[in-house]
Design a protein around this ligand. Sequence first.
Ligand code: PRP
Ligand code: MN
Ligand code: MG
Length: 180
Amino acid sequence: MNNDIKEILYSKEDIAAVTKKLGTQITKDYADKKPLVICILTGAVLFMTDLVREIDTYCEIDFMDISSYGDATESSGQVKIIKDLDKSVEGRHVLIVEDIIDTGRTLEKVMELLSHRDAASVKVCTLLDKPARREKVVTPDYAGFEVPNEFVVGYGLDYTGFYRNLPYVGILKPEVYAEN
Ligand code: PRP
Ligand code: MN
Ligand code: MG
């Protein structure tokens, strides 16, 4: 599995340091707000569980999974919720956690879904931001690293479902995805 990686972009230590920094900022910004931290499955699960351990104030966690349609269905604007939140966001300060914002489609859909639910506030924290590929106008409130336009995997990010368990974020060798 490690042999499929061309270059490590962010080491385990880099990720831990930036997560701590983000957690410290979030702790300050959300003191007394008892935020509801929402993990967008599946990619964000590793980052979210590390991030909340750096948040030193009362917070709850919840999970949401939405489908990513192909382009044809995309234009219809349909969103399928695979797994909705268990908790109500009404009156809550919501912090959405993502592993990466790429085109921005996923985040735009999540924001749209939540916009009808009367949250007190909705902000976004992403480990990786890849603005080079942005199609939708979405900007994270908190971001760990601005990532170059490369095929990255690890620490939650997958290729064909694999590599999520790498403890670092790296660039996948082109020959690995050229095989398919
Ligand atoms: C990945 C990633 C983000 C999204 C970002 O999820 O985890 O959620 O894509 O891309 P976008 O900005 O272009 O929407 P994916 O849909 O692959 O599902 P996964 O989290 O289960 O891997
Ligand atoms: Mn995802
Ligand atoms: Mg994926």
